[in-house]
Design a protein around this ligand. Structure first.
Ligand code: SAM
Ligand code: SF4
Length: 469
């Protein structure tokens, strides 16, 4: 999320100061820029054809024995197709394609496991989509039993699942809990009826609260909500009503993303009337409103778009400087290896990224032929690793520490110094020198994606991204 950060520790801001801030943000292109969300560097649209195919097996072989790995399993099916959604998913009325897909997933999991050395432990398991809760309990049981038979949970294991509360039966939730789900991520977006109608996603407060209560009654330790700002017909008043409902349900974590209107990538978004979208200044104010509402009731703001209770592990990681960026946004997963399973899923290795074939049919075909599903990817050079580290430092900590960077990349001291000086010159009014190094002013945090794009070697060479706010 991009915000004007007005911390509760700051004196109340007056209108002139606010206008000055908005002017400063505009000068740096906040209202015009289209930049990546930097859930990876390089962003996935710069992955290269053939790299995945060439290196997938080699990089799996190289995962050090005894190292805990994290798993992401993609379920690209939904019973409903919300018009706003930019996720890789397809609508289905029957379970036949889902069953065939899960069968392939089990083959892929076995194939990947066979390539890993020793008995790999699993630090994290995340089921995402699409809608993982579309799976009937017996199909979910087959999938999870396969995963747990190949990967033993490591100490502190976390198992999270994306849940659509309109499509999550009690029996399915019980199944997930039986296998140890300890983080539930519930899609909310917005509760205003007019907004829901305009985005093709009806979902009542009661349906959502029922799932929350069901999970809490059974001891689920952590519940996350996803919200969106910048949706059609969203006004300050309507959004406040959504925020009030959310605060009453008291999730442990929140992600509040700016709605990315990218109809050239996500065709279903043509259903959204662009004339009803809030303008960029209104988007900034909605983001700011959410920030203030959550901070006022005790949540910590984390990175650009997350909030968590101070006792939550994400807030603890943010406080002690170990927060990381990944395809789910922010994480406290300390591991170096993420194994992605399913169509379009991305794996991260020390050496680079591998993305599976994006189309479900191509994915099923590849795995059916007995191979790995790696299709695109990117092999990281040392220079890429350095840029990736700097972008992660900016996105997670809003700081760049020359000494720490030089320690991690001793051969690149001159380049690090040159880059920091160049950034300081280009953005001199928003950076200052702090104990932690070169630091972005709190009120300039909405610019962080733009600042990251200034050191991104691929910037302006690919497809158009979403707006910076
Ligand atoms: C896989 S989806 C949701 C999971 C589940 N199917 C549901 O609907 O509750 C994960 C999240 O991506 C976010 N998302 C989807 N489309 C988006 C868009 N166009 N812009 C920003 N965020 C988006 C939403 O907040 C959504 O909850
Ligand atoms: S928001 Fe969820 S249910 Fe709606 S289309 Fe996207 S993945 Fe499917």
């Amino acid at each position: 999320m991009g915000l004007i950060w007005i911390k509760e520790t700051t004196v109340p801001i007056n209108l002139n100061q606010l206008m000055d801030k908005i002017d400063a943000l505009r000068r740096h292109g906040l209202f015009d820029a289209r930049v990546p969300r930097y859930t990876s560097y390089p962003p996935a649209n710069h992955f290269e054809a053939g790299v995945g195919h060439r290196y997938h097996a080699q990089w799996l072989d190289a995962v050090p024995e005894g190292e805990a790995v994290s798993l992401y399993v993609h379920i690209p099916f939904c019973r409903r197709l919300c018009w706003f959604c930019a996720c890789r998913t397809q609508g289905t009325k029957t379970m036949r394609p889902v069953d065939a897909y899960v069968e392939t997933l089990t083959q892929e999991i076995a194939e990947v496991r066979a390539r890993l050395n020793g008995a790999p432990k699993m630090a994290r398991l995340h089921l995402g989509g699409g809608t993982p809760t579309i799976l009937p309990p017996h199909t979910m049981t087959l999938l999870l039993a396969t995963i747990f038979s190949h990967f033993e949970p490591a100490r502190g294991f976390e198992f999270s699942v994306e849940i659509d509360p309109t499509d999550a039966s009690d029996a399915l939730l019980e199944t997930l809990l039986r296998f140890g789900m300890n983080r539930a991520s519930i899609g909310v977006q917005d509760f205003a009826p007019e907004v829901q109608k305009a985005i093709g996603r009806p979902q009542s407060v009661e349906q959502t609260a029922k799932v929350v209560e069901f999970l809490r009654a059974r001891g689920t330790p952590s519940i996350n909500f996803d919200l969106l700002y910048g949706l059609p017909h969203q006004t300050s008043d309507s959004f406040q009503a959504t925020l009030d409902h959310v605060i009453k349900m008291a999730p442990d974590r929140l992600a509040i993303y700016g709605y990315a209107h990218v109809p050239w990538m996500s065709k279903r978004q043509v259903m959204i009337d662009e004339a009803t979208l809030p303008d960029k200044r209104a988007r900034l104010q909605l983001a700011e409103q959410a920030h203030d509402a959550f901070v006022a009731v005790g949540y910590e703001a984390i990175g650009i778009d997350h909030f968590a209770r101070p006792s939550d592990t994400l807030a603890i990681a943010a406080a002690n400087g170990t927060l990381k960026r990944n395809f789910q946004g922010y994480t406290d997963d300390p591991g170096d290896t993420l194994l992605g399973f399913g169509a379009s899923a991305i794996s991260k290795f020390r050496e680079g990224y591998v993305q599976n074939a994006p189309a479900t049919s191509a994915y099923i075909e590849r795995v059916g032929e007995g191979g790995l599903a790696g299709f695109k990817g990117y092999q990281m050079s040392r220079h890429d690793q350095l840029i990736a580290r700097m972008i992660e430092d900016l996105m997670c900590r809003f700081t760049l520490n020359e000494g720490d960077l030089a320690l991690a990349f001793p051969g690149d001291k001159a380049l690090i110094h040159k880059t920091l000086v160049a950034l300081m010159r280009q953005f001199e009014d928003v950076f200052y020198i702090s104990e932690a190094g070169l630091a972005l002013r709190d009120d300039a945090r909405p610019l962080v994606r733009i600042i990251a794009s200034a050191i991104d070697q691929f910037a302006n060479t690919g497809t158009a991204h979403s707006t910076a706010i």
